[in-house]
Design a protein around this ligand. Structure first.
Ligand code: FES
Length: 374
């Protein structure tokens, strides 16, 4: 190729070095490099080595975290485990471990790139004139040389370890992001059908064991099981599931209290209060006593500000109101679904017990489609 462009003078581009081509590219771009002091005037100093180690360490950390994320996401047992079952602690750790490994991969990759740019990119000052229209053909042809020259300036060819680590970190992060994107289409959190742990709550009697309605007290380890005579007409109490096999096991007792689908409002209506019951749930109450999930079906706040005059349970978050005398149907606010009702009775000891689990999902969730709309 030959050219009569004055930027080349009497030289042929194919006979010019990369540095010369890069300078010509500057001229085509009408760019003047005002100053470009080298970042490390003396090569191989301890400070430069320290900077290299820092960048390499961050990229290596990113790569390892991305691998840890992929492995965790792929093989960690993530299916829901009830607080009453073995393996609950592993289930509880799944989200923190997946989240932290992904976060470390992103953060260390980003911080590594910033560290490398700050410590190795020259502080170049250039002035370029603005032009209309596209660049000429020769300007485009010399651009590659200019990029490679820039790569030399920041020491990429000399720092192959950092380059390899950065590419590995970037590539593995891409793999992690891809796994994250397609994972939900592959994994099946609902294995087990209707008995999958996500479909049941702590109120489900397991192996025939009775589940009592228990008060939460401020006294550690105290178990207060409720009787009908503990409540006056118009009263409301929050209760939690309790089974005798949990007695003395602080971990299980606390887990039963803290499970998000455990809290239930036990309400005693005044005698003679007219009530409309849902078809199929006519025997879910015990006399004037009714038990409803406390978890708001809008966004999951505790809907337990109870107005005993009007039999309304109010959720303070967005003011949804549920009419307890009409099967906790929503009568105001954004909630569209009634509070699920827990079937209860009193056993031969005179204690409240659950007759079974809820028959519909608790709180807001996509699987609420099977539930009655308000
Ligand atoms: S969470 Fe209850 S109204 Fe929004």
């Amino acid at each position: 190729m030959s050219t009569e462009d004055p930027a080349f003078g009497d030289r042929e581009p194919q006979n010019m070095s990369r540095e010369e081509l890069a300078r010509v590219a500057d001229e085509f771009g009408d760019t003047q490099v005002v100053s470009k002091p080298p970042k490390w005037p003396v090569a191989g100093t301890k400070a430069e080595k320290r900077s290299e180690r820092l960048a390499a360490l961050l990229f290596a950390l990113s790569a390892l975290s991305a691998i840890a994320f992929v492995v965790t996401f792929s093989v960690w047992p993530q299916a829901y485990v009830s607080p009453f079952d073995n393996g609950y602690i592993w289930y509880k750790l799944y989200t923190p471990v997946v989240g932290s490994t992904f976060a470390i991969a992103v953060l260390s990759l980003g911080v590594g790139m910033i560290a490398y740019i700050r410590r190795f990119f020259p502080d170049e000052v250039s002035v370029q004139q603005r032009h209309d229209g596209p660049s000429g053909e020769l300007a485009r042809k010399t651009l590659a040389a200019q990029y490679r020259e820039a790569g030399d300036d920041v020491g990429i060819p000399r720092r192959s370890l950092i380059m390899r680590l950065a590419l590995s970190a970037g590539g593995l992060f891409g793999v992690a992001a891809g796994v994250l994107a397609i994972g939900p289409f592959v994994r099946q959190p609902w294995k087990g059908g209707g008995q999958a742990a996500l479909w049941i709550t702590g109120w489900k009697p397991l192996n025939g064991e009775t589940v009592y309605l228990r008060l939460k007290t401020s006294v550690t380890g105290e178990i207060v099981r409720l009787r009908p005579e503990d409540m006056k007409p118009g009263a409301m109490m929050t209760v939690f599931p309790f089974r005798e096999s949990d007695r003395g096991n602080e971990e299980l007792l606390v887990a039963a209290e803290h499970a998000s689908d455990s809290p239930v409002m036990l309400i005693r209506l005044p005698p003679g209060t007219p009530v409309h019951k849902r078809p199929g749930q006519e025997n879910f109450n015990y006399g004037d006593y009714y038990a409803f999930s406390k978890v708001c079906t809008h966004l999951g706040c505790p809907a337990s500000l109870y107005d005993s005059q009007n039999h309304i349970s109010l959720c303070p978050c967005h003011q949804s109101e549920f009419l307890i005398t009409d099967s906790a149907k929503p009568v105001f606010g954004p909630a569209t679904r009634a509070l699920p009702q827990l079937p209860i009775t009193v056993n031969n000891e005179g204690l409240f017990v659950a007759r079974g689990d809820f028959i519909e999902p608790i709180g807001p969730a996509f699987w609420e489609i099977r539930s009655r709309q308000g």
